[in-house]
Design a protein around this ligand. Structure first.
Ligand SMILES: [Zn+2]
Length: 242
């Protein structure tokens, strides 16, 4: 079972509130269309509202709490396990809930060890995405930058406004030795970094880049789901040890 996860959060002046949700849903649908129809794989409805406190104060943002997110994953996940589903893939388009979905997945797995639970971030895994993005955008384009604006220009150009901000890249920066996202991260809020809500550089966004990104996203996730479907994951031992 695949469960697409999005968010409702401000994405600068140029992208819709449901950007992450639209991406997760379009990739899931394209992957399912590409897999042979006899494959035993289904999808849940999109979870459109997610955990987005970092964008609080930017208009349009809505968020559930960390506790509500974990409850939702536990409640529906337990029912799926009871119904006999072997695996639950959480395919998440929002960078701000990666760690929380991983925690929820671990907790669910511990109570339903026979069901594999795979908490995935849409943009992490598929090969070749980074090659399409120049530095510093590859590293610092965290939100509504080149990649997201280009992908939306490919998937739903009618939803993209004409502004192309570059924002949130010139500081204030975390203290020396700390980073926004990777090693020694700092739980940033968008208002620490950006006035427009964009953290990145959307100036060069183009539909052709978006099309290439989409192809690689769909390829990468199709391959991973194919591999999962023919695998023995999770190992039987996990259930027997309880
Ligand atoms: Zn986004």
């Amino acid at each position: 079972m695949i469960w697409p996860w999005g968010a409702v959060e401000q994405h600068g002046p140029q992208l819709p509130l449901g950007t992450d949700a639209l991406f997760a849903e379009r990739v899931v649908d394209a992957v399912l269309a590409r897999l042979p129809s006899e494959r035993p794989i289904w999808r849940l409805p999109l979870q459109a509202v997610g955990f987005s406190p970092e964008h609080h104060g930017f208009p349009g943002t809505l968020s559930i709490t960390a506790g509500q997110l974990i409850d939702l994953v536990m409640t529906l996940g337990s029912q799926l396990a009871e119904a006999g589903f072997q695996r639950l893939v959480l395919l998440n388009g929002h960078g701000g809930q990666i760690a929380l979905l991983q925690a929820a997945a671990r907790q669910l797995r511990a109570t339903a060890p026979r069901m594999g639970v795979l908490p995935c971030f849409l943009w992490s895994g598929p090969e070749g995405l980074a090659d399409l993005l120049p530095e510093p955008e590859r590293r610092d384009g965290l939100h509504a930058g080149l990649a997201e604006t280009s992908l939306m220009l490919h998937l739903a150009p009618e939803l993209v406004g004409s502004d192309r901000p570059r924002d949130g890249l010139d500081g204030p920066l975390p203290p020396t030795g700390w980073s926004l996202e990777r090693e020694a991260p700092c739980a940033w809020l968008t208002q620490d970094l950006s006035r427009s809500g964009v953290v990145g550089d959307s100036r060069g966004a183009e539909a052709t880049l978006g099309e290439q990104l989409f192809e690689r996203l769909v390829d990468g996730w199709t391959r991973r789901l194919e591999a999962l479907l023919v695998s023995d994951w999770p190992p039987n031992g996990a259930a027997e040890h309880r």
